[in-house]
Design a protein around this ligand. Structure first.
Ligand code: SF4
Length: 228
């Protein structure tokens, strides 16, 4: 099956499975979304949603956040990983938003990526979810699934993003970003499972992926390590 045909079938399935695509990170403004996405690196959305109510009560806007001490921000977000770095970035980013953008959130990759702690994926999520600008933010989970489904053989997330943008229609990119994440969370254990039981891999998995899974499922000596 050609890559494009696969993509069409996957898109149809994902639309049936996830007709609604609610944004997983709680927020009430583009600024709060930006801060929440920045905090979501190396932690779960659930954890971020647990700390943001108090963080956004004390620092709902760039102006108010910039007035908080870094130590205060750090203590409010201490339960998310990398809190010291994230706290510094949140404070500095708030100051820069005031200096450069009158407290508004810019809506271009270039301006967003110039802010501390904001990489390409974070910028893409903000553009997609705050401004409805088509982007296809690719994290490691989407990167892995795109490879397993044979939609990309990209060695890195940048190449995978290009491949996915080439096979899916632009007006579906923002929804697909979330639909693939939802599917991964619901269906994809990290390792050791039966591909034939999966709604997508049962027909879309690459031969390489099928062989890898078969190898992983073979009994191993006690000392051997399991890798995905
Ligand atoms: S077979 Fe496994 S990895 Fe592939 S999509 Fe299904 S659950 Fe995910």
């Amino acid at each position: 099956m050609k890559r494009k045909e696969k993509a069409e079938r996957i898109q149809t399935m994902l639309e049936e499975l996830y007709p609604e695509t609610p944004v997983p990170l709680d927020h009430e403004s583009p600024f709060q979304l930006l801060v929440a996405v920045l905090m979501s690196a190396q932690t779960t959305d659930l954890k971020v949603n647990q700390v943001t109510p108090e963080l956004f009560r004390q620092g709902p806007t760039p102006e108010k956040m910039a007035k908080l001490e870094v130590a205060t921000i750090q203590s409010l977000i201490r339960e998310v990983g990398l809190a010291p770095t994230k706290a510094k970035n949140i404070r500095r980013l708030s100051e820069l938003l005031i200096e450069r953008h009158q407290g508004n959130i810019p809506n271009t990759f270039e301006e967003l990526e110039a802010l501390p702690g904001v990489g390409h994926k974070t910028a893409g999520v903000v553009l997609a979810q705050a401004f409805n600008i088509p982007a296809f933010p690719v994290d490691t989970h989407i990167h892995r699934l795109a490879a397993r489904w044979g939609l990309s053989n990209g060695k890195n997330v940048d190449q995978t993003e290009k491949d996915l943008k080439a096979v899916f229609p632009k007006d579906a990119w923002n929804d697909l970003h979330l639909q693939i994440i939802f599917f991964g969370r619901e269906y994809c254990p990290a390792r050791f499972h039966d591909l034939s039981q999966c709604p997508i891999c049962s027909w879309a998995a690459t031969k390489k992926r099928i062989n890898e899974e078969a190898k992983m499922n073979k009994p191993k000596s006690k000392k051997s390590k399991r890798n995905t």
